[in-house]
Design a protein around this ligand. Structure first.
Ligand code: ATP
Ligand code: MG
Length: 329
């Protein structure tokens, strides 16, 4: 008998998500029609220069856009259900349990007046219903998992008594405590030295294998994304410029911005006879004063006059691998 398995719905399906913010130049879109899908067990790497909207996009997925900013358009589906149909209560319940986030700035997420142990066990009590003794034991176990030595003693310390790297690891411990379905990891290992970074990434990879956790990983380090992600989305000025399977993007990038970004990465330039490292000329634009058409055109080596009027939408020339540049490749 033939069995027919329908294609799995993505765990997270984001369509044309736009987030409006205001800075001193005025109102602007920090995320502009962002479309992303994450399947169960999949890791998506989000790449792009500083200020392109990576953190805001992740925050929007948790309903945590900083006030007075707000989601101004688009559609988010979580496990096939429209995000707008979730009540506030349901979202509060889900946050940190089904979807957890490692914030880019760990200092801002820990409360200075409570010990590390209090903060971890509070999460374990609220999200997992663990009682005091079990919560203490699991909290120490979590600190051990993220490579914090003498975990039982560390639980008694206050955030300011820990180094920045230790605080970041505490945040990671809190985020993975519930074994979430989706982990939003915003530069999770930037403040950590290389050994600890590897240890954390291995821990996340094991968690992913064991629990089919999905992840969106924001990193400046293309090497980290290359090693840990199945798909990559490249963002520029709030727009997704290219997205597709990680291997394809790294080996045969289509969009001129992706090419520029990868050419500037030393880790990918192993081997003799490569041309010297290039950086992308110019600076990312002021998000409140973007050029018409493609926002990358002022810096693009392949720009032409039509770029001032083209829509920035991902094409479908390759299955599952879209580029927003209609002129290159
Ligand atoms: N609370 C806020 N109010 C107004 N503008 C903001 C706010 N937070 C961020 N921005 C602006 O929104 C844009 C996107 O910011 P975001 O933090 O998402 O960038 P990013 O890609 O995460 O950068 P980085 O790699 O440096 O972390 C930037 O222009 C930033 O200055
Ligand atoms: Mg950021």
């Amino acid at each position: 008998m033939m069995s027919h398995t329908p294609p799995a719905n993505p765990l997270l399906d984001v369509r044309d998500l736009s987030v409006g913010l205001t800075n001193r130049h005025g109102a602007f879109l920090a995320a502009d029609r962002v479309t992303l899908q994450v399947k169960t067990g999949q890791s998506l790497g989000l790449l792009g220069e500083s200020g392109c909207g990576k953190s805001i996009t992740l925050r929007a997925l948790l309903g945590l856009v900083p006030h007075p900013g707000e989601i101004v358009g688009g559609h988010i589906e979580w496990k096939g259900r429209d995000w707008r149909s979730f009540s506030r209560r349901e979202i509060m319940k889900m946050r940190g349990k089904e979807i957890a986030m490692i914030f880019q700035d760990p200092a801002s997420c820990l409360n200075p007046v409570f010990t590390i142990g209090d903060q971890i066990t509070e999460t374990l009590r609220l999200k997992l219903g663990l009682r005091s003794k079990a919560a203490q034991t699991y909290a120490a176990d979590l600190l051990d998992q993220v490579g914090i030595p003498a975990p039982a003693e560390r639980l008694r310390l206050y955030p300011h008594e820990l180094s920045g790297g230790m605080r970041q690891r505490v945040m990671i411990a809190i985020a993975i405590a519930t074994e979430p379905d989706l982990l939003l990891a915003d530069e999770p290992t930037t403040a950590l030295d290389v050994t600890i970074q590897d240890q954390i990434l291995n821990l996340l990879a094991r968690l992913k294998d064991r629990t089919s956790m999905s992840m969106i990983l924001v990193s400046h380090d293309v090497g980290v994304v290359a090693q840990n992600c199945d798909v990559i989305a490249v963002m520029y000025a709030g727009r997704i410029m290219e997205s597709g399977p990680a291997r394809e993007i790294l080996e045969a990038p289509r969009h001129p911005y992706t090419r520029g970004l990868l050419a500037a990465i030393p880790q990918l330039r192993v081997g003799a006879g490569r041309p010297p490292l290039k950086t992308i000329a110019g600076l990312p634009p002021n998000p409140a004063a973007l050029p018409q058409g493609c926002p990358f055109q002022p810096r693009c080596p392949s720009a032409r006059s039509e770029c001032g009027t083209i829509p920035v939408t991902l094409d479908r020339k390759l299955p599952g691998h879209g580029s927003a540049c209609p002129f290159v490749n």
